[in-house]
Design a protein around this ligand. Structure first.
Ligand SMILES: Nc1nc2c(ncn2[C@@H]2O[C@H](COP(=O)(O)OP(=O)(O)OP(=O)(O)O)[C@@H](O)[C@H]2O)c(=O)[nH]1
Ligand SMILES: [Mg+2]
Length: 184
C-alpha cells in the first residue's frame, strides 16, 4: 500500500515537472516571438532612416547640380572674355562681402548690362548680348569696393531673382521707359 502511494506521489511530481517544462517551452517561444517583433521594428526604423537620408541626399545633389550649372555658365562667360573692361567677373555665389552686393534686376533688354558697362568703363557699348545667367561687375573706388550682380532678365533666369534678393545690400531695378508695351 505504502509503495503504491509513493509511486502515485512520484507520478504526480513527474507530471508537475512536465507541466513546468511545458510552460518553460511556451515562454521560450513567446520570448522568441517578442524578439522577432523587436528586430522587425528595428529593421523598419532603419529603413525609414535610410529613406530619409536618401531623400536628403537627393535634395542636396539637386541643389548642387543647380549650383554647378550656374558656375559653369559663369565660367563660360569668363572664358569667352565677356564682362571685361575694368570689371572683374567672379562667381555670384561667392560675393566679396555678402552684404555689399548690389543686385541689378529688370526685364530682358531693359539695359542692365549696358548700365553696368557704362558705370565701369564710362563708355557706351552697343549691341550687348543678352545675359545668360549672371553677370558680376566689381567697381573699386579709393575707399570702397562695390560688387554689382546682374541676373539675366529672360524668363528662365527670373526664378533666381527671389533667391538673390535677400543676399544683396541694395536692389537696382532697371526699366526701359521707352518700351511702352511692357510697362504696367
Ligand atoms: N537706344 C538705347 N538702347 C539701349 C540702351 N540701353 C541698352 N540698349 C540696348 O538694348 C539692348 C539690351 O540691353 P542690355 O543691356 O543687354 O539689356 P539687359 O537688361 O542686360 O538684358 P538681359 O541681359 O537679357 O536681361 C542692347 O542691344 C543695348 O545696346 C539705351 O539707353 N538706349
Ligand atoms: Mg544683361
Amino acid at each position: 500500500m505504502e509503495r503504491g502511494k509513493v509511486k502515485k506521489k512520484e507520478k504526480e511530481k513527474e507530471t508537475q515537472k512536465e507541466k513546468i517544462r511545458e510552460k518553460g517551452r511556451e515562454e521560450k517561444v513567446k520570448g522568441k516571438e517578442v524578439e522577432q517583433k523587436i528586430k522587425q521594428k528595428e529593421k523598419q526604423e532603419q529603413q525609414e532612416r535610410r529613406k530619409g537620408k536618401e531623400e536628403k541626399e537627393e535634395k542636396r545633389t539637386k541643389q548642387g547640380k543647380e549650383t554647378n550649372k550656374e558656375k559653369e555658365q559663369f565660367k563660360g562667360q569668363e572664358e569667352k572674355g565677356e564682362n571685361k573692361d575694368s570689371t572683374l567677373t567672379r562667381t555670384p555665389l561667392e560675393p566679396l562681402e555678402k552684404n555689399k552686393q548690389i543686385l541689378v534686376l529688370g526685364l530682358d533688354g531693359a539695359g542692365k548690362t549696358s548700365v553696368l558697362h557704362s558705370l565701369a568703363s564710362n563708355r557706351v557699348q552697343h549691341s550687348v548680348a543678352p545675359t545668360q545667367g549672371f553677370h558680376a561687375v566689381c567697381i573699386n573706388t579709393e575707399d570702397s569696393q562695390m560688387e554689382f550682380l546682374e541676373i539675366g532678365g529672360s524668363k528662365p533666369f527670373r526664378s533666381y531673382w527671389e533667391t538673390y534678393l535677400s543676399k544683396g545690400l541694395l536692389l537696382i531695378f532697371v526699366v526701359d521707359s521707352a518700351d511702352h508695351s511692357r510697362l504696367p
